[in-house]
Design a protein around this ligand. Structure first.
Ligand code: ATP
Ligand code: MG
Length: 415
C-alpha cells in the first residue's frame, strides 16, 4: 500500500514555501507597524476550553473538532481561545493596559476538504485586549486591509454589529417569531438550529433560506443605544482611515462569543471559500474564561486561501536562492571545493556543490536548475594555479579568479 498524507492534510513543497514566507514576512512587518507582539501557543488544549469559548451549539464544537475523548483534550480549531487562556494564565493584563498580540500556526477542523478548505490549515491571528474603544475596531480592520492591499490582493470588507447581551436577546426573539412563521420553507439544518442558534439561519447558504431571510428583521435596526453609538463610531473610524467597507446585516459569524463588531474580508476568486479574514469583538469572553473583565477584538486570516490568491497573481520570476555553484572536476578539486564552500558559507554566501563530483556537463545542468547566479569551475589546470574560472550565469562572461583571498571571490559574486 502506497503511503499518502491524510485527506485534508497537505505538504507544502519547496516550490510553494517562498510564497508562504513572503506572506508571513509581510504579515510580521505589518503587525510590527501596528505594535503587535508575537505569542506562541500549544496545539493541544483541554476540550472544555473550546466548548466554553466557541460555544456548544456551533459547527466547530458540534462536529469539527479533533478530540481525544479519553484524555479530554482537543487539537485547537482556532487560536483565540488558547490566546485568551494564556493571557489569563500569565496575567498579561498586569503588564500593559492594552495588549496587542498575534500568533501564526496550524489549526485543525474535521470538515469536508476542498480547495481553500483543509483539515489542517493555517491562520494568522491578531487580537487586541483591554480596550472597548471603537477606534480599536477600526484600527484592527485597517491592519487587515493594509496587509491584504500590500499583498496586492483585491478584497472587500463587510461589516455588521451583533449587538450585546442587552439588545441581542430581544432581536433573537423577534427573529425566532419571524422564522417560526416560515419554518416549512427552511432547510433541515435551519429548522433545527432555529431553536439552538437562530442567528445562524441568517447566513445559511441554501437559496431557499436566503430568500426567506431577505425579509427578516435586521439586527442593525435593533441595537441598544450603546451598541448603536459603537457601531457608528466604528464606521467613522474606518472613514477616517480611508478604509472602504459595506454593511452586511446577514453576517453573523460561526462563533458564539462575538458581540458588537463582526467583519469579514471577502474575495470573489475562491468560490464558496470566499472569506480570507474574519473577526469580531468578544467583550465578555475573558471574564467567561475566568479572567478579569476585559474587552477584546480579533481576527484570523486563512493562509491557504491567501496563498491560493497569491498563486493566481502574475508572479515575478523566482529569485535566485544560490549565489554560487562550485563545480570541481576530479577528486582533488572536489576536496578543495568542499572546504572552500564551507568558508564562503561562513562568510554569508549561499553556496552549493555536487557532493558526488559528476561530469562538468551534469554540474552545469545542476547549477542551471538551482538558478545559481555564478558557477566556479575548478579543474586540474586551475588547481595548479590555485585559481578557478568564475562564470556569470546571466551574462555568460568568464574570468579567472584567485582562490587565495576569499574576500575577492565574495566581492566578485556579490555584484
Ligand atoms: P468558513 O465560513 O469558510 O468555514 P469560518 O467562519 O469557519 O470560515 P473562521 O473560524 O472565522 O472561519 O476562521 C477565519 C479564517 O480562517 C476564515 O476566514 C478562513 O480564511 C480560514 N479558514 C477557516 N476554516 C478553514 C479551513 N478548514 N481551511 C482553510 N482555511 C480555513
Ligand atoms: Mg467553517
Amino acid at each position: 500500500m502506497k503511503l499518502k498524507a491524510l485527506n485534508g492534510f497537505k505538504d507544502t513543497l519547496p516550490g510553494e514555501t517562498p510564497l508562504w514566507r513572503r506572506l508571513e514576512d509581510l504579515a510580521r512587518d505589518v503587525f510590527a507597524r501596528f505594535t503587535f507582539s508575537e505569542i506562541r501557543l500549544p496545539i493541544l488544549e483541554k476540550t472544555d476550553l473550546f466548548a466554553r469559548s466557541i460555544g456548544a451549539a456551533t459547527d466547530i464544537v458540534e462536529k469539527e473538532m479533533y478530540t481525544f475523548p479519553e484524555k479530554q483534550i482537543t487539537m485547537r480549531p482556532e487560536a483565540t481561545a488558547s490566546l485568551l487562556r494564556a493571557y489569563i494564565e500569565h496575567g498579561l493584563y498586569v503588564q500593559k493596559p492594552v495588549q496587542r498580540l498575534f500568533t501564526i500556526g496550524p489549526m485543525f477542523r474535521h470538515e469536508r476538504p476542498q480547495q481553500g478548505r483543509l483539515r489542517q490549515f493555517h491562520q494568522m491571528d491578531a487580537e487586541i485586549l483591554g480596550s472597548a474603544n471603537p477606534r480599536v475596531d477600526a484600527e484592527l480592520m485597517a491592519m487587515g486591509a493594509m496587509l491584504l492591499s500590500e499583498l496586492g490582493l483585491t478584497v472587500s470588507l463587510e461589516l455588521n454589529s451583533l449587538g450585546c447581551p442587552v439588545c441581542r436577546p430581544g432581536f433573537r426573539e423577534g427573529l425566532l417569531v419571524f422564522l417560526a412563521s416560515r419554518q416549512e420553507a427552511l432547510c433541515d439544518d435551519c429548522r433545527r438550529r432555529m431553536h439552538t442558534n437562530p442567528l445562524r439561519v441568517l447566513d445559511c447558504k441554501n437559496p431557499a433560506c436566503r430568500g426567506i431571510v431577505e425579509d427578516a428583521p435586521s439586527i442593525q435596526d435593533h441595537l441598544c443605544p450603546d451598541c448603536r453609538t459603537h457601531f457608528v463610531a466604528v464606521q467613522d473610524g474606518l472613514d477616517q482611515l480611508g478604509i472602504v467597507y459595506s454593511l452586511n446585516r446577514f453576517m453573523v459569524r460561526g462563533l458564539d462569543y462575538y458581540c458588537r463588531t463582526t467583519f469579514e474580508f471577502i474575495t470573489a476568486d475562491l468560490g464558496s471559500q470566499s472569506a480570507v479574514c474574519a473577526g469580531g469583538r468578544y467583550d465578555g469572553l475573558v471574564e467567561e474564561l475566568g479572567g478579569p473583565k476585559t474587552p477584546g477584538i480579533g481576527f484570523a486570516m486563512g493562509m491557504e486561501r491567501l496563498v491560493l490568491l497569491l498563486q493566481k497573481q502574475q508572479q515575478p520570476a523566482a529569485g535566485a536562492e544560490v549565489d554560487l555553484f562550485i563545480a570541481g572536476l576530479g577528486e582533488a578539486a572536489s576536496r578543495l571545493c568542499f572546504s572552500l564552500m564551507h568558508r564562503l558559507r561562513q562568510a554569508g554566501a549561499r553556496v552549493m556543490m555536487d557532493p558526488d563530483g559528476r561530469s562538468l556537463k551534469s554540474q552545469m545542468k545542476q547549477a542551471d536548475k538551482a538558478f545559481a547566479r555564478f558557477v566556479l569551475i575548478l579543474g586540474d589546470a586551475e588547481l595548479e594555479r590555485n585559481t578557478g574560472m568564475l562564470r556569470d550565469m546571466t551574462t555568460q562572461e568568464q574570468q579567472e579568479v584567485s582562490l587565495g583571498d576569499t574576500r575577492m571571490l565574495l566581492d566578485a559574486i556579490a555584484a
